[in-house]
Ligand binder design. Structure first.
Ligand SMILES: CCCCCCCC/C=C\CC(=O)SCCNC(=O)CCNC(=O)[C@H](O)C(C)(C)COP(=O)(O)OP(=O)(O)OC[C@H]1O[C@@H](n2cnc3c(N)ncnc32)[C@H](O)[C@@H]1OP(=O)(O)O
Length: 297
């Protein structure tokens, strides 16, 4: 099943990319202008994400650059999914490093303003975009490494969890975790599953019930991140780690589907979580989201 999903992810999404472009409110791909095309490197930048591809290594760096806090707005999520899909379709790209251009912040998670007093239709569209981001990242056939160079609460933590490996700056002021319950929200089950896959049942249970945000050292202790390094080494360590991972036989391994690498194990949850737009509609109409309630009061 995992192989099948990865295969379809890599080779059957071009139509979807086209749809995303059409649906993108601010022109989608049109804003992803090529700006540097020397021999082995290329870069494209949208308003919120910079993609730099090194064709000699097959490694792309996807840098979030949406001040003040890289919050996951609908526009951000759309640009993110398009960027990742373009890399997915590029046979030369084998690994993606996800990082932030902003000081102190990886991502603040879902953009709160997208959920304040919006229509059920908007909430549905937004929520689908959140799922799309997760599907693309978690289901990617490329190796994905999060270079976490700042705080990463809630949806920001989810992004990191959806990657294969997490390297965080060893700054004790930075925190990471699924803190939804602290905000009066129950984390959806696929947030939970992603956390359980990484830290195990008991740590995930405590983390979610208490909405814990872990300092960088505690995140390492619980297994939420895999490695801490000095802040100025986060990206270079991610590149070195990526090189090691890419040296592992994947596409050519005996028993593997030759067209699909083997970075993920069980993608079954994806099949079950695809369309939650109805639940997000009812969340909105029931004023279930706390900041929506206070906004409407
Ligand atoms: C259809 C809907 C379905 C809903 C289902 C929900 C299920 C999933 C639930 C939740 C997932 C989420 O991701 S919810 C978002 C949770 N995020 C947070 O709790 C983070 C909140 N922010 C912070 O903790 C801090 O801002 C920070 C640590 C990220 C940075 O701290 P710092 O001190 O450096 O900066 P400020 O706090 O002063 O913030 C600067 C600036 O950014 C704005 N901001 C911060 N976070 C968000 C955000 N998530 N969305 C939008 N805007 C954000 C903040 O308001 C400040 O703005 P101003 O300068 O204009 O005041």
């Amino acid at each position: 099943m995992a192989t099948l999903l990865k295969h379809s992810a890599k080779y059957a999404l071009s139509g979807r990319l086209a749809r995303l472009c059409v649906h993108s409110r601010h022109g989608g791909l049109q804003c992803l202008q090529p700006c540097l095309l020397p021999h082995q490197r290329s870069a494209s930048t949208g308003s919120k994400i910079l993609v730099e591809m090194d064709n000699s290594t097959g490694i792309a760096v996807l840098t979030m650059k949406s001040p003040p806090v890289n919050s996951l707005s609908l526009d951000f999520l759309t640009e993110f999914s398009i960027s990742l899909e373009k890399l997915e379709l590029d046979r030369g790209c084998r690994g993606v490093i996800l990082t932030s251009a902003l000081p102190k912040i990886f991502s603040a998670g879902l953009d709160i303003m997208e959920m304040c007093g919006k229509s059920p239709e908007h909430c549905g569209e937004f929520w689908k975009a959140v799922q799309e981001m997760w599907l693309r990242l978690y289901g990617s056939s490329m190796i994905t490494i999060a270079a976490i160079n700042g705080s990463s609460p809630a949806g920001g933590c989810l992004m990191a969890l959806a990657c294969d490996y997490r390297i965080m700056a060893e700054n004790p002021k930075y925190s990471i975790g699924l803190n939804e319950t602290q905000l009066g929200i129950v984390a959806p089950f696929w947030f939970k599953d992603t956390l359980v896959n990484t830290v195990g049942n008991r740590v995930a249970e405590l983390s979610l019930q208490l909405g814990l945000l872990y300092s960088a050292p505690d995140a390492l202790r619980t297994g939420l991140v895999d490695l801490l390094v000095p802040e100025d080494k986060v990206l270079s360590t991610a590149s070195q780690t990526m090189t090691q991972w890419l040296a592992i036989p994947g596409e050519n391994a005996i028993g593997s589907n030759p067209r699909v690498s083997s970075s993920k194990v069980d993608l079954t949850p994806k099949v079950h979580m695809v369309d939650l737009s109805h639940s997000s509609e009812s969340m909105c109409s029931l004023n279930w989201i706390p900041w929506t309630c206070s906004n409407r009061a």
